[in-house]
Design a protein around this ligand. Structure first.
Ligand code: ZN
Length: 478
C-alpha cells in the first residue's frame, strides 16, 4: 500500500490482492513525477499456452488526510477480504502478548541464564528472551541440525520459564546447508530451484552454501515442524523464532516435481507456509507462540510476533502498527549497547512505546548503564500498564500538540547510510482499547524539559472538559 500526500490532498494506491501472490512494488521519483510499479510474476511461467488473470486489483484514489488515513483504507480492505487478518488464531491468547521488553542473548546457558534472570528481576514485567546459538552448531552453518542443544539448555529453559521469562530460541525457517550429506541425499529434492533445475543457493558471508527450501514440500514442512515441536514440547520453550520467513521474498521455484504452479502465484503461501505453520499450530501447546523476521503481512494469522528490526529509518511512519498493531506482537529494534549510545536508546525506546511495539531486544548488559536501563524499564512498565490499549487495541491518529518542541538527532547505526535519525523529542501516540477507552501517550526522549499544549478540539472527550487546553510540562524522568 502506498500513500502520497501534502497538506491539501492525498493519493492512495494499493494492491488489494487477497491471495498475497508474489509481487514487487516500487515507487520512483525524479522530483516532478512519481512512478508506482506493481510487478506480478505469472504462475506457471514457461509453460506453453499459459494464461494469467491478476488476483485482486490495484486500486487508485484520492484521499483527505495523511499516511494514517491511507492505512485505515487499507485496513478496512484487509479486514473484509484478506485471509491473513488475524481474527482468532488458535493457541491465542499466547505468552508473547504481554511481553513488555525483550532481551537478546546468545550462547552458553551458564552465561545466559543468570544475566537474563537479573534483567527480568530489574524490569519487573513479563520479558522475552530471544536466544541465539543455543545449539552446538555454529550460527548460519550446518542448518537444520539444531540438535543436540548446548549442555544445560533444557535446565536453563526451565529455570527461566519458571521465573516468568518467555524463552524463544532462534532457528532458521528456510535454509538447509547445501554441503551436508543429508542435503545431497535427500534435502535437495525439497530445495527451490531455478529454470535450469539448480537449487537457489544463498551465502550469508561465512562461505556456507545455504539452499532456500521450498515450503510446499512435505520434507521441509515436516522438518520444521519436528524442530519447533521438540523445542516447545520437550524443552518447554514458550516460543520459537523462525528466521527469514517474513523477511525473504518467495523464490520463483521451477521444480515441477513439487506440484505447485511454476514460478509466480500464491502457492508459496497457500500450498507452502500456510500448511507448514498450520501443521505446527495444530499441535503446539496452548499459549505457545511462533515469530519471524521483519513484517511481511500475509503470515499474520499464523504467527504471533514479528521482529520488526528492519524498520528503523528517518521519517518512519508506523503504518504497519496502525493496521496490525493490535493483532500481532511487534518487537525488536537493533539496539547496540555502550556509553556513547544512550541517546539512540532513549529515542528508539520512546518511539517503540508510542508505536505500540514491545520494547527493546537488547543485551542484558544494559543494566550496567543506569540511565538508559532506568528509561527502558519505565517504557516497559508503562507498556505493561497500558496493555489493554495495545493487545486487541487500535492505534488512532497521533495527538496534535502546540508548543516549541525540539527535534533530537543521533546515529541509530542501521545499515542505510547516513544512519543519523532525527525525530521529535516529544514522541506521541493515541491508542484505543477494545472497550473504547482512549489513551494519549507522550514521551520526552530528550534531556530538556518540554512545555506543550493539547488543544481542546483534539480531545476525544471534549464535551466533558472545561479547560481550553491541557498544558503539560514533561521531563524525561517523569
Ligand atoms: Zn518448489
Amino acid at each position: 500500500m502506498f500513500g502520497l500526500y501534502d497538506k491539501k490532498v492525498g493519493l492512495y494506491i494499493a494492491s488489494h490482492d487477497p491471495t498475497g501472490s508474489i509481487k514487487t512494488i516500487s515507487a520512483l521519483t525524479d522530483g516532478e513525477k512519481v512512478r508506482f510499479k506493481f510487478n506480478w510474476p505469472a504462475p506457471n511461467m514457461s509453460l506453453e499456452g499459459n494464461g494469467y488473470l491478476l488476483p485482486g486489483k490495484v486500486v487508485l484514489g484520492s484521499i483527505k488526510g495523511n499516511w494514517y488515513d491511507a492505512a485505515m483504507i487499507y485496513q478496512a480492505w484487509v479486514k473484509d477480504h484478506a485471509p491473513w487478518w488475524p481474527t482468532t488464531p488458535n493457541k491465542r491468547p499466547s505468552r508473547i502478548q504481554d511481553i513488555s521488553i525483550w532481551a537478546q542473548h546468545q550462547g552458553d546457558p551458564e552465561t545466559v541464564v543468570p544475566e537474563v534472570l537479573k534483567f527480568a528481576k530489574y524490569m519487573g514485567v513479563p520479558i522475552g528472551l530471544h536466544w541465539y546459538t543455543w545449539h552446538q552448531i555454529p550460527f548460519d552453518d550446518d542448518y537444520p541440525h539444531y540438535f543436540p542443544a548446548k549442555e544445560g539448555f533444557i535446565e536453563g529453559v526451565r529455570q527461566l520459564e519458571n521465573a516468568g521469562v518467555r524463552v524463544m530460541p532462534y532457528i532458521n525457517g528456510r535454509l538447509w546447508d547445501a554441503d551436508l550429506e543429508d542435503f545431497k541425499s535427500g534435502g535437495i529434492k525439497a530445495a527451490t530451484k531455478n529454470e535450469k533445475g539448480e537449487p537457489y543457493i544463498e551465502n550469508y558471508g561465512k562461505h556456507v552454501r545455504n539452499a532456500a527450501m521450498c515450503p510446499s514440500t512435505l520434507i521441509w514442512q515436516n522438518k520444521i515442524k519436528e524442530i519447533v515441536l521438540r523445542l516447545q514440547q520437550d524443552f518447554g520453550t514458550s516460543g520459537v523464532y523462525l528466521d527469514q520467513i517474513t523477511a525473504a521474498s518467495p523464490k520463483l521455484c521451477m521444480d515441477a516435481t513439487h506440484g505447485h504452479p511454476l514460478g509466480g502465484g500464491s502457492w508459496w503461501l497457500d500450498k507452502g507456509y500456510y500448511k507448514l505453520l498450520s501443521a505446527i499450530r495444530d499441535e503446539m501447546p496452548e499459549g505457545a507462540f511462533l515469530t519471524s523476521e521483519s513484517n511481511a503481512e500475509p503470515y499474520n494469522h499464523l504467527l504471533d510476533g514479528l521482529l520488526s528490526w528492519n524498520s528503523q529509518f528517518q521519517d518512519l511512519k508506523p503504518i504497519f502498527s496502525a493496521i496490525y498493531g493490535g493483532r500481532i506482537s511487534i518487537f525488536g529494534r537493533y539496539n547496540p549497547v555502550g556509553p556513547d549510545k544512550h541517546k539512540a536508546l532513549f529515542m528508539r525506546a520512546g518511539q517503540q512505546l508510542v508505536f505500540g511495539e514491545q520494547i527493546g531486544w537488547l543485551s542484558p548488559s544494559i543494566l550496567q548503564e543506569k540511565e538508559p536501563a532506568d528509561f527502558l524499564r519505565k517504557m516497559a512498565r508503562t507498556r505493561h500498564q497500558l496493555i489493554d490499549y495495545f493487545v486487541d487495541g487500535q492505534m488512532l491518529a497521533r495527538p496534535i500538540v502546540q508548543g516549541d518542541i525540539p527535534d533530537i538527532t543521533s546515529d541509530w547505526e542501521w545499515w542505510e547510510k547516513p544512519s543519523e535519525v532525527t525525530i521529535s523529542a516529544l514522541q506521541r501516540g493515541t491508542w484505543q482499547s477494545k472497550d473504547g477507552r482512549i489513551v494519549k501517550i507522550f514521551v520526552n526522549v530528550s534531556d530538556k524539559t518540554i512545555y506543550f499544549n493539547i488543544p481542546n478540539a483534539e480531545s476525544p472527550n471534549q464535551g466533558e472538559i472545561s479547560l481550553a487546553a491541557y498544558s503539560i510540562k514533561l521531563i524525561r524522568s517523569d
